[in-house]
Design a binder for this molecule. Sequence first.
Ligand code: ADQ
Length: 467
Amino acid sequence: MTDLATELGTAELVIVANRLPVDEVTAPDGSSTWRRSPGGLVTALEPVLRQHHGAWVGWPGGVDQEIEPFVSDGLTLVPVPLSAEEVEEFYEGFSNATLWPLYHDVVATPAFHREWWESYVEVNRRFTEKAAEVAAPGATVWVQDYQLQLVPRMLRDLRPDLKIGFYLHIPFPPVELFLQLPWRREILEGLLGADLIGFQLPGGAANFVRLVHERVGHETRGDRVFLPDGRIVRAAAYPISIDTEEFETLARSEATEKRVAEIRESLGNPRTVFLGVDRLDYTKGITARLRAYSELIASGDLDVEECVFVQVATPSRERVEQYRRLRDEIDMLVGRVNGDYGPLGRPVIDYQHVSFPREEMAALYRAADVMVVTPLRDGMNLVAKEYVACKFDDEGALVLSEFAGAAHELRQAWMVNPYDINGMKNALLEASRATPEDRRRRMRAMRAQVKEHDVARWAATFLGDLG
Ligand code: ADQ
């Protein structure tokens, strides 16, 4: 027997996630290969997957791709195909235009369509069947995120022998908002198929338990739900983190040091570099933060000759209407501010609509004096943690929204309410004018937190509790 779980029914640990941890890249000659997509989740789970004869079930990203399970960089990958219609209805529709806004405080209006729901059920069933095929008897299956909330129940029905965990990467909404969902009962029942349900924050876990008690009628005590068949389901917080050491090592490298100097030089060696890094998403509070900054430039509180705001936004979900509108809104705001206040050759806001490799991200973090993370709602926000991890010299200031999960751990940041523009302006000024001692004291405390609670510890704690 090989040590890879390439044969059906042999994987002792199965990760089920919307995407496989690889992207298909096509060479100029038309041949294609798979390249590992960077991400904390893969990094964290890779060692456990290897150790436990593991497999990863997920969508390869294309349309109608029937691909047999394959091995990439020593990981067994099990593709789940989606049709063009399913990409539209299950992924762009129910996942990203219904659940995503609903779970993020309805900062955009969720759309409810019955065909989208039917597609969600159908695709969840397909993921379930693949997972059931590859899992060894008594194996552990760990299902990830909001796209797959029905999988735990479906999988338990097919394979009662499995140990099933579920982790939600985004917030679990307050009861009053969740109740808008026409299929609320089905989602709750779906999740209850798991033995352990992990949330970013204790508040999310509490929302879930309360809903189960009030709406499904199960007995609950603390973080436990007692099912009529005698099973006990736990719902608890496991705040996710990053590979702290990897980021710090990158940040300390000579190549990064060189790149930091180049970046600051190309920005005109300003006294203060403000930085925002996000997926281009309406939950991230990008426009509010840029508006606050522009007002400080307009009023002269910040001098355009001394400061620059670098905003990097990864293209994201570009076929969803709300994302297209957001992009236009940001383009317009940046254009207007630069046109009104930017001297020749010196943008007020240096806006990059692009995804950078990790090396460049580390250099940007190192180059930034003030990191501005202002989501209207965010499960955790790894960018805030990555910034802290890269500041090995304890320099730099973090401005952080109190509505990011990370605010519960990075308590020494300059906290802001992203809906309060004046409050945000004050925080930007305070963070940029703070004494070096004040900044260092805060950064040291945040670094200690992120070093101790890294993503490996997150995965080990969850899997340990599940076991
Ligand atoms: P996201 O909403 O994607 O994640 P976040 O946690 O900030 O948000 O993670 C984004 C990741 O993408 C970071 O690792 C960051 O470095 C990277 N990234 C962002 N912009 C980039 C760019 N321009 N170029 C390259 N890389 C870029 C969801 C939830 C979060 C939760 C995570 C993990 O919404 O709340 O923290 O999952 O659970």
